[in-house]
Structure formats: structure tokens, C-alpha cells
Design a protein. Structure first.
Length: 270
């Protein structure tokens, strides 16, 4: 295992490469990684796309059937979006100019989230940071050139991760449907044009504040790719998990709730 295969994520570390590349780790390796990265826990997922259902999964799509595979209502909304918006890969300069407004506004829709809205300077620093395989997609209003929504994608090892999706709240109501057009164009590009093995809209969430995965399954024929989940903690955090797990439904801390929910997934309890 190479240094950098696991990266920092919310006080822990997770695999940084394509999920089908991750292998089961021994407890000793997990503890060594925790000590090396100076974090509280490691999430190890393996047996990606198992035929046996588990309590943890990734949401993926591995084929593109064009409009024919979609329901009539979805096709109508895609065509509506394509008429209203220019949807394409965009340069980082446009993200610097208009991305933060979209990013900040999008948080108005979230409830019970543990995420913190970044300042403009931190947002721009992240945009300027080089990341191999990173691309930006924009949904641009044809009428006035406004960036209505964007996606950040990470392409690696024959797959593409739809890493971040943000939109101006006012465009999500009414008959605009920016995400319908965006997802269709990205699916077409990565699966049909680039011939990726699959595209990914994330793993099962420990907070479940977003319904994007169920939306992609019902509207765009994504599916669950089951995987096994193992969590290894520092001794102190392990003790805390053992104490609080039986009373997790009474915990008020959103961050602790999320961790205990992840533990429940690892145990196959939910």
C-alpha cells in the first residue's frame, strides 16, 4: 500500500482512490495508518459491488442508454434544461468568478448537516489547488450567463466520482431542472464518450441529509453497488463508541450521531 492511498476526512481517513481498488486491511495496518495520519479512525471498504447485499453501498451507474432508458417525465425535464442552459465542462476561471455564490447559497437547503460553510478565501484556495483528474461542469443560464449550478468531478482508474454538486436555490424550484440536464450530460460524456467503467454519486451517507442518491436511482437508473465496511478506532474513541452506541438514538451531537450510525452500518444493524 502506497503512502497517500488514505486521506484525511472528518477526523478520520478514507481510501483516496477508486472504490473497486480498495482491499481489506488487517487491524495492525489500520492502527499503523491511524498513527501515521494522527487521526481518530479509519474507514475500510472492500469487496466492492458484491452480489451479497450489505448495510453499506456505493451508488453507481455503469452504462448509458440515452433518452430511451429514462421515463417520459425525466426526458421532458432534461430537454427543458437543455433548452434553458448551456451545460458543459468549464474552466477554473469561471469557478473563481461565480462558483462561491453558488456554493454558499446551496447550503440554505441543508438540514442537520455537520458541514461548515467555507469562507470565500478558503473556497478559492480549494479551487486553485491542483488535483489530478479533477474537472468542473457548469450549468449556465443562456439568457444572462449566470452560473446556476456546478459539479466537481474526480476521474481516476476507469471511473468518475461526482464529488460535489451545488446549485442556486431559486433555480431548483419551478420548471428549470438544472440538475436533470447536468446529470444527463455528465453521464453521456463519462460513460458513452469516455467509456468509463462506472460513475459514482457517493457512498451511503452517515447523515443522510441529502436525497441525491435516491433521486439518481429513481430518475437516472443508478444502482447500489454493495460493499463491506470495517471501522478501526483509536483506543479512546473505541471506548466512547462502546459506551454511546446502545443509547445512540438519544445523542444530540450531529457528529457523534453520524459516527454511531456508521458504526451501525459496519455491524449490519441498519
Amino acid at each position: 500500500m502506497k503512502n497517500g492511498d488514505y486521506v484525511y476526512y472528518k477526523k478520520g481517513i478514507i481510501f483516496s482512490k477508486a472504490p473497486h481498488k480498495e482491499k481489506q486491511l488487517t487491524e495492525n495496518i489500520c492502527l499503523d495508518l491511524i498513527n501515521e495520519h494522527k487521526v481518530w479512525f479509519i474507514r475500510n471498504t472492500y469487496d466492492f459491488d458484491s452480489s451479497e447485499p450489505t448495510s453499506f453501498w456505493y451508488v453507481v451507474k455503469d452504462s448509458f442508454g440515452g433518452m430511451d432508458e429514462l421515463k417520459p417525465g425525466t426526458r421532458y425535464k432534461i430537454r427543458r434544461a437543455l433548452n434553458l442552459f448551456d451545460i458543459r465542462l468549464i474552466p477554473v476561471e469561471l469557478m473563481r468568478e461565480q462558483g462561491y455564490k453558488v456554493y454558499k447559497d446551496s447550503f440554505a437547503r441543508y438540514k442537520n448537516t455537520t458541514d461548515v460553510v467555507a469562507s470565500r478565501s478558503l473556497f478559492l484556495a480549494g479551487i486553485n489547488e491542483y488535483k489530478e483528474g479533477r474537472e468542473f461542469w457548469g450549468v449556465i443560464d443562456k439568457a444572462d450567463g449566470t452560473l446556476v449550478a456546478y459539479a466537481e468531478t474526480h476521474c481516476k482508474e476507469e471511473m468518475c466520482d461526482y464529488f460535489m454538486l451545488k446549485a442556486l436555490s431559486k433555480y431548483l424550484s419551478g420548471s428549470n431542472y438544472p440538475f436533470y440536464g447536468l446529470f444527463y450530460k455528465m453521464n453521456e460524456y463519462y460513460l458513452d464518450t469516455c467509456k468509463m467503467r462506472y460513475v459514482l454519486i457517493g457512498a451511503r451517507s452517515a447523515t443522510e441529509q441529502s436525497n441525491i442518491q435516491s433521486f439518481m436511482i429513481s430518475k437516472f437508473r443508478f444502482r447500489k453497488a454493495y460493499a463491506k465496511l470495517s471501522l478501526t478506532y483509536t483506543p479512546l474513541l473505541r471506548m466512547a463508541v462502546l459506551v454511546f452506541y446502545p443509547v445512540r438514538s438519544h445523542i444530540s451531537s450531529l457528529k457523534l450521531q453520524a459516527l454511531l450510525r456508521l458504526e451501525a452500518m459496519a455491524r449490519g444493524a441498519i
